[in-house]
Design a protein around this ligand. Structure first.
Ligand code: SF4
Ligand code: SF4
Length: 415
């Protein structure tokens, strides 16, 4: 038998990572048109920061501050988040809401001397991706960091600079059994997001820390301390295409994932944009727009927005529904009911896939037909709900009984 070389995996062409991303079609430019220029934005212009700062009124401000912590599972996740936030230079929006978390970035300064490791972008890209998979990431892509993706200012109006060349973008899937057992806007939905945010924050913090120990500058953009616009980075890193929901959709996970990034100047190999036919698919489908309780997703064609074509989400409506949702915590009905969020897409289910876009679309069509036949409610899945409906009101936990879904649906006309 031929003797295998130690470290071969870093030098050969073997696929890496749990998903068959090596079979996906790569293209030179995003599949949605980007005539540019794309202007940088300030984090505090986001609907979340505007809610926190009271720009949508007292009720929205009060409910935003209580959003995650009024549900005890969400509050437990936020308690852990405080510890992770201490690693950041920039304190995040929830930290800002709950009190100030002092910056403590000096925990891991950049080593004064670079480590004796290969000076080869491809090898180091494979090495860092394999480390990310070791830490539990689902799909990792590498893209250039466009300056337009870096916020000009954080939520506290501090200037943001991220003088880095590359973004290593990590994704983790939101825990699918709870997404399937949820109606898409009940109490588990926010906790499912935070569970994913924390896993991905752990992964990206460890990799950034590791890079600094190797002698390269590295910064994270994660959880509630994002310093970059993540949809743009997910697109740049070849992890998905623009969808009707206005966010990036991945061919294997649908939109049921969270993303975070490690920013660095270490020379790396970029992956290229993805093309799995989503522009045409979303052009012929309006399920998310019809299932959205806030009617925030447009049913028409893409429009030009800040230098690129997209289906522009009405972020104010979506945000208002999420924050004032008394029947649950936030919302993700669109990502749950999108037929790209289909069963049997765990890595082991995809072992026989040959890279055919037609086969991908056929499986999405089957899920679409199943959803429509069941009126978007799978009775088997809804019996799997294991969490309690609890809400904190005036310091006490109560079983909430207010149903507001009908009212909210009636208030918003279809777009
Ligand atoms: S539900 Fe349909 S239109 Fe909406 S993102 Fe999914 S495939 Fe695209
Ligand atoms: S767009 Fe917002 S409100 Fe509408 S389904 Fe998606 S998360 Fe819910």
């Amino acid at each position: 038998m031929e003797r295998l070389k130690y470290h071969d995996i870093l030098y050969n062409d073997d696929p890496i990572g749990p998903y068959p991303s090596h079979l996906l079609k790569r293209v030179d430019r995003p599949t949605n048109l980007v005539p540019g220029p794309i202007e940088r934005r300030a984090a505090r212009d986001s609907v979340f920061w505007k809610s926190l700062l009271g720009e949508y009124g007292e009720e929205m401000q009060r409910e935003f501050k209580r959003l995650t912590v009024r549900y005890p599972m969400g509050a437990s996740l936020v308690d852990l988040q405080w510890h992770i936030n201490r690693l950041h230079k920039v304190s995040g929006h929830l930290s800002g809401a709950l009190g100030d978390v002092a910056a403590a970035s000096a925990l891991n300064p950049v080593a004064p001397k670079k480590a004796p490791i290969p000076d080869d972008p491809r090898v180091m890209s494979r090495h860092l991706k394999l480390m990310g998979y070791f830490l539990g990431a689902e799909m990792i892509g590498i893209g250039r960091l466009p300056r337009s993706a870096v916020f000009t200012r954080d939520g506290k109006n501090n200037p943001v600079e991220a003088p880095f060349k590359y973004a290593i973008v990590f994704t983790v899937r939101k825990y699918d059994p709870v997404i399937r057992a949820s109606n898409g806007w009940d109490r588990i939905f926010d906790s499912a997001s935070f569970q994913a945010y924390q896993r991905i924050a752990m992964q990206t913090e460890v990799v950034a820390n590791y890079l600094r120990r190797l002698g390269w500058e590295a910064e994270t953009s994660n959880m509630d301390a994002y310093i970059t616009l993540m949809p743009q980075l997910v697109l740049e890193a070849g992890l998905g295409e623009v969808s009707r929901m206005g966010i990036i959709l991945n061919p294997f996970m649908g939109a049921n994932f969270k993303a975070a990034a490690v920013l660095t100047n270490m020379e790396l190999e970029v992956d290229g944009y993805l093309d799995f036919g989503l522009q045409e698919y979303c052009g012929n489908c309006t399920i998310c727009a019809e299932q959205c309780p806030a009617r925030a997703i447009p049913r028409g064609k893409q429009t030009l927005h800040n230098g690129y074509y997209t289906w522009k989400l009405n972020a104010e409506r979506c945000n208002e529904f999420m924050i004032l949702n008394k029947e649950g915590c936030v919302c993700g009905r669109c990502t749950k009911t999108c037929p790209w969020h289909r069963p049997n897409t765990e890595p082991h289910d995809l072992a026989g896939w040959d890279g055919s876009i037609e086969a991908l679309h056929r499986s999405v069509d089957e899920q679409r037909d199943r959803l429509i036949a069941n009126d978007f409610v799978d009775p088997d899945e809804l019996t799997q709900k294991w969490w309690f409906d609890l809400d904190e009101v005036d310091g006490e936990l109560i079983v909430p009984n207010e149903k507001n879904e009908e009212k909210i649906c009636r208030e918003y006309p279809l777009q």
